[in-house]
Design a binder for this molecule. Structure first.
Ligand code: FES
Length: 107
């Protein structure tokens, strides 16, 4: 099982075992990670699953869709180089060890 570390804005770390095939958003929700809301259930329409993915993992991520790009334009504290919507990122074994930082707020 790939291990993912979610890091809250204050630096609090949460190491979880993820399930391949599940999204990073759903993994966070299932593990009660504070700071990821996932209001739309993962259909890329709310942007409350915003995260920052360490750029070392760029090769493990799919390209951004137009709808993800559009939604990210409206999030607070977007970082052009590593903001992503975690519902659009599906866990696989290549993500083992990935660090995902959470923004200060989702609205
Ligand atoms: S959960 Fe709504 S956009 Fe990701």
């Amino acid at each position: 099982m790939p291990r993912i570390t979610y890091i809250e804005h204050d630096g609090t770390r949460h190491d979880v075992e993820a399930t391949a095939g599940q999204s990073l958003m759903q993994t966070a929700i299932d593990n009660l990670i504070p700071g990821i809301l996932g209001d739309c259930g993962g259909v890329c329409s709310c942007a409350t699953c915003h995260v920052y993915v360490n750029q070392a993992w760029d090769d493990a991520l799919p390209p951004m869709s137009e709808s993800e790009e559009f939604l990210l334009e409206g999030v607070p504290d977007r970082q052009p180089e590593n903001s992503r919507l975690s519902c659009q990122l599906t866990v696989d074994e290549s993500m083992d060890g990935m660090e995902v930082r959470l923004p200060e707020e989702q609205y």
